[in-house]
Design a protein around this ligand. Structure first.
Ligand code: CP3
Length: 358
């Protein structure tokens, strides 16, 4: 059975077509972290408490998801939710602290902690997510992107107990107790598949797997400790036949493997040129990225100049979606973001064509 996302006729399906490898007549654009703190209209409607409270109100979550689509005219919406929602929903004991991120009072330490990661039953555990997507499927004229955290990135939060710079605890568990590591990864893989499958059946037209922090691993450790699990997610959802994006930060040395996961798009961070990413992935997948989010803070001129360079570098890849190399920074000026969207829509295809000429 196909996801309802595909049966819903969309006015604008550029993102889907680009994600399937098509050179589209206009360049589609959306931004990671487009829904959220950089928008004054978000701060105006957001409830007190954490994001985990706000997302349990489907009307409000749908509204927050729609805000950037209205303001910027982006070609895709991304669900307002978070990568730790499935672990939160099965009762692992996780919170999100503003300005810090996910925090766990009792981090994952031993085999006993596997019991705290039972299977997700989306219809009951995350009914509010399904409800939000159903509202959106009726409202949107652009595709809705569902998402999940990749097992490695979610595991890193569960093991560290919060954000980390060095990942000492994660690497220790991985290297000292590989059996437990793989058991944990298998649990998180099942959570991600169940969550994504429910999002797609409710109306998400494609999905992104966020492996934000996996760039700290070597290619050989990625191959052994991470790839089997992340790849199982793409394989497990292949029967739904929708495009999928595989993203991480600092992944130049991992892109080749990430592209072989079964995804249709690789998300490229801003430390890797799109032309290099194309060569590394041998053109087997479409590309997404990769404007440095800091350029938005430098000002309109810099943001537009650097966006032009990104568009030129993207010319080599037929399937291409403009995005940042990582999420929008909270202090970004919405006017600058809007100027980038307009540039991509008005000049993107032409800049790609010019750059293709010898
Ligand atoms: O616009 C969107 O991208 C959709 C919503 C979204 C959020 N988180 C909302 C959110 C998405 C796709 C995410 C993914 C996510 N969450 C990732 C992967 C993407 C990435 O940036 O690498 C990661 C690592 C997380 C974990 C997490 N949750 C962090 C690091 C934070 C930020 C902490 C902070 O306040 O600086 C959160 C909380 C969070 N998730 C916020 C939002 C809008 C901010 C808090 C809030 O406004 O309630």
């Amino acid at each position: 059975m196909k996801g309802q996302g595909l049966s819903h006729k969309l006015e604008n399906d550029l993102v889907i077509r680009a994600a399937m490898g098509e050179r589209t007549p206009n360049v589609p654009v959306w931004f990671m972290r487009q829904a959220g703190r950089s928008l004054p209209e978000y701060r105006a409607v957001r409830k007190r408490g954490s994001i985990l409270d706000t997302i349990q109100d489907p009307q409000l979550s749908a509204e927050i998801t729609l805000q950037p689509v209205r303001r910027y005219g982006v070609d895709a919406a991304i669900l307002y939710s978070d990568i730790i929602v499935p672990t939160f929903a099965v009762g692992f004991g996780i919170e999100v602290v503003e300005g810090r991120g996910p925090v766990i009072r009792d981090p994952f330490r031993s085999e006993d902690d596997l019991k705290r990661l039972r299977d997700l039953e989306p219809e009951t555990d995350t009914a509010y997510v399904i409800e939000t997507i159903k509202i959106l499927a009726n409202e949107l004229s652009v595709p809705l992107i569902g998402f999940a955290g990749a097992p490695f990135t979610v595991a890193s939060y569960l093991i560290e107990g919060g954000p980390s710079r060095t990942y000492v605890k994660t690497k220790s568990l991985m290297r000292l107790n590989p059996v437990l590591w793989h058991q944990l990864m298998e649990r998180l893989t099942r959570l991600a598949i169940a969550s994504l499958e429910s999002q797609i059946r409710a109306g998400a037209a494609m999905f992104q797997l966020f492996d934000s922090w996996v760039g700290i691993l070597s290619p050989s450790e990625y191959r052994e400790m991470v790839a089997p699990h992340s790849n199982a997610i793409f394989r497990g959802l292949a029967h739904l036949n929708i495009p999928s994006i595989h993203f991480g930060v600092g992944t130049a040395s991992l892109l080749e493997q990430m592209a072989k996961s079964g995804c249709t798009v690789v998300g490229v961070d801003d430390r890797t040129g799109l032309d290099d990413a194309f060569r590394i992935t041998k053109g087997k997948v479409a590309l997404q990225g990769n404007l440095d989010p800091v350029n938005i803070l430098i000002g309109t001129e810099a943001a537009l100049n650097e966006s032009r360079k990104v568009l030129s570098a993207s010319a080599i890849s037929p399937g291409y979606i403009f995005n940042l190399g990582h999420g929008i920074l909270p202090e970004s000026d919405p006017e600058v973001i809007k100027a980038v969207v307009d540039l991509v829509h008005e000049k993107g295809a032409g800049l790609r064509e010019d750059a293709s000429k010898p």
